[in-house]
Design a binder for this molecule. Structure first.
Ligand SMILES: NC(=O)c1ccc[n+]([C@@H]2O[C@H](COP(=O)([O-])OP(=O)(O)OC[C@H]3O[C@@H](n4cnc5c(N)ncnc54)[C@H](OP(=O)(O)O)[C@@H]3O)[C@@H](O)[C@H]2O)c1
Length: 289
């Protein structure tokens, strides 16, 4: 893989149009908590619902997921793979290598395999597939389902430039899609993959305090969520450093300065850093297991 460390994130929906996706056939094996949002972003990018076949652990589950996501249920994993140009693997990491071994005979020649599994390397997946199979690891987060997420893309040794472009086109409505190296995936998980979960926890904690301070819950929900979205949008649109934006709202002797002093005193910054570091460390452990 080439060195892509200097890549600047680009808002994917604003990226220039890539390859035509309407004729592409995609199989998603495992459309659960993460595979589901991936299905939504692939459909938003232009894959036709009739061409996006889902196979979960059984037909009833595949039907349920397909109905909820607006795609097509396959009767079996084998049927999902028929004529597939791209195969997305959304099962749990511990299942993926057995699944790849089981599916390898049914994989259409040249199909690009996209693994969502944390902790399973490109080399491990490549080894389980026929030599020369194009493999991509995608590390997404759940906000991709509303076009406001992030996905880190890692390419195996056999992936061509056209296949790279194809995978970027598939994630063109995810929010931000960037090429990363496998070494960077642990930091990416801390800063995007798992960060969505931490953001939900932070929002929940802030909302509870807003309620404790006397706001009705629906108002607290709206104020916290809108303010965090607005703060992120301001930074994204202006490119302002967050420390400068923070200084701009801390008037001398004012409420924000007082609150910010408590933020530091109570160790919130250190707690956030420890939270992200723990996620990155767990990712490293999972890869070594
Ligand atoms: N959750 C996240 O935020 C996140 C973020 C980044 C990456 N990931 C990665 O995404 C992958 C899936 O995680 P998840 O949280 O989405 O798990 P999940 O919600 O449990 O989804 C797993 C899916 O796999 C299906 N499945 C299980 N066994 C299968 C089989 N033998 N054949 C076909 N489908 C099968 C399940 O179907 P049933 O529903 O029928 O059991 C389910 O739809 C993992 O590898 C994880 O590392 C997750």
């Amino acid at each position: 893989m080439d060195d892509s460390t200097a890549q600047t994130p680009e808002r994917t929906a604003e990226a220039t149009a890539g390859p035509e996706l309407a004729d592409l056939r995609v199989a998603v094996i495992g459309a659960g908590n993460m595979g589901g949002p991936v299905v939504r972003t692939l459909l938003a990018a232009g894959v036709r619902p009739a061409h996006l076949r889902i196979a979960n652990s059984g037909p009833a589950s595949s039907e349920r997921a397909a109905a909820e996501l607006g795609a097509t249920a396959a009767a079996s994993r084998t049927e999902a793979l028929e004529d597939a140009d791209v195969v997305v693997l959304g099962v749990k990491p511990y299942q993926i290598l057995d699944l790849v071994a089981e599916l390898r005979g049914d994989l259409p020649a040249g199909a690009v395999v996209v693994s969502l599994a944390a902790g399973i390397t490109l080399a491990q997946i490549e080894q389980a597939l026929p030599e020369g199979s194009p493999v991509v690891r995608a590390m997404p987060n759940t906000p991709i389902s509303v076009g406001e997420g992030a996905v880190g893309l890692m390419r195996g040794t056999a992936v061509t430039a056209a296949q790279r472009e194809l995978v970027h086109a598939l994630f063109s409505h995810a929010g931000v899609a960037v090429d990363i190296t496998e070494d960077q995936v642990h930091a990416f998980i801390a800063a995007a993959g798992s960060l969505a979960g931490f953001a939900f926890a932070i929002i929940e904690a802030m909302t509870e305090e807003a309620v404790r301070q006397g706001l009705k819950r629906d108002l607290a929900d709206a104020l916290v969520q809108q303010t965090l979205r607005g703060a992120a949008t301001m930074l994204l649109e202006s490119g302002t450093h967050p420390a400068l934006a923070k200084a701009g709202v801390c008037s001398p002797g004012g409420t924000t300065a007082e609150g910010y002093a408590a933020f530091e005193r109570e160790g919130v910054r250190a707690g956030l850093a420890a939270t992200m570091a723990a996620a990155a460390e767990r990712s490293r452990q999972l890869t070594e297991d």
